[in-house]
Design a protein around this ligand. Structure first.
Ligand code: IPD
Ligand code: CA
Ligand code: CA
Length: 252
């Protein structure tokens, strides 16, 4: 997808230069000059080719248009990683048509990995078909999660679930980019991902990529996933109910 690749090229170009970094709400919720530049080039491409499409983008909010097409954009997912020169970050773009996610593209220019899915056509990594893992049990799984910038001190919140899993010896990684987490589940590198508080732009592309790679994605109640609510569980499908039970408060 042209817009994803153009924005990722900007990320790569600026990574070797000095760029400005500022804070959003919360003490370490960052935005860099490059987030804005990435967004600008994506907007330019959409305006040129699809001037009447609706846009929802992390740094600019909503550009409301009377259209069935909605672009959901994270110009850099993993900004804290990007700002620290950790090469786990990406551009993520999902396209919703009449309220249904139809296309997703996620590109990490440092690993040169482009994940793509179109509803009904499967998921690819650099044009090669990908599939979720076949790991049969939660206890044998390798998982990934993320934590919000502003910690949720809820009963059964992120640290409680994390604690239950690691106390049983289950590896749970924390990469710092929800879009990457989802794509790595799709590629079978992880067996499952859960996170308590995401925004639509974090997961719009990645959740479709997991589904098209044969995985299962739900909210934290186990209902049909939609990216406009906070919680997500995305797995190879086989371990889904086991992980869901733990997220809901059960034991491993
Ligand atoms: C963040 C990343 C991170 C997740 C945070 C997100 P950003 O997005 O996806 O993995 O834990 O909740 O906000 O701020 O780097 O675009
Ligand atoms: Ca994000
Ligand atoms: Ca972002």
């Amino acid at each position: 997808m042209q817009a994803t690749q153009a924005a990722a090229a900007i990320m790569k170009e600026y990574s070797t230069r000095t760029f400005s970094i500022s804070n959003k709400e919360g003490i370490n919720n960052l935005v860099t000059e490059v987030d804005h530049k990435s967004e600008e080039i994506i907007f330019e491409i959409i305006r040129k080719n699809y001037p009447d499409h609706y846009i929802l983008s992390e740094e600019s909010g909503e550009i409301i248009q009377d259209s069935n097409f909605k672009w959901i954009i994270d110009p850099i997912d993993g900004t804290v990683n990007y700002a620290n020169h950790i090469p786990i970050c990406c551009v993520s773009i999902g396209i919703e048509v009449s309220g249904k996610m139809e296309m997703g593209a996620v590109y990490n220019p440092f690993l040169n990995e482009l994940f793509f899915a179109q509803r009904g056509y499967g998921a690819t990594l650099n044009d090669q078909k990908i599939h979720v893992s076949k790991t049969p049990h939660l206890i044998k799984s390798c998982l990934v999660t993320g934590f919000p910038y502003t910690y949720l001190d809820n009963p059964n919140g992120p640290l409680e679930v994390f604690g239950k899993l690691i106390r049983k010896g289950i590896p749970v990684r924390r990469l710092g980019s929800a879009a990457m987490d989802l794509c790595w589940v799709a590629a079978g590198r992880f067996d499952g991902f859960y996170e308590h508080k995401l925004s639509a732009w974090d997961s719009a592309a990645g959740f479709l990529i997991v589904e098209e790679a044969g995985g299962k994605v739900t909210d934290m109640k186990g209902d049909l996933y939609n990216p406009y609510q906070p919680g997500i569980i995305a797995t190879n499908g086989i371990i889904h109910d086991e992980l869901l039970a733990v997220v809901k408060g059960g034991e491993v």
